[in-house]
Write a protein of this length. Structure first.
Length: 38
């Protein structure tokens, strides 16, 4: 059971980090569109 929660935690963390980095990247290249993965 702990393994399941650990997997969910790391998946959520990775998703947040990747979304943040993609947002920074699109800002940097001047993409004025709101990119939303939620």
């Amino acid at each position: 059971m702990f393994k399941f929660f650990q997997t969910c935690f790391w998946t959520g963390t990775l998703f947040a980090v990747i979304s943040f980095l993609l947002g920074q990247f699109f800002d940097f290249i001047g993409l004025d569109r709101n990119v939303d993965f939620a």
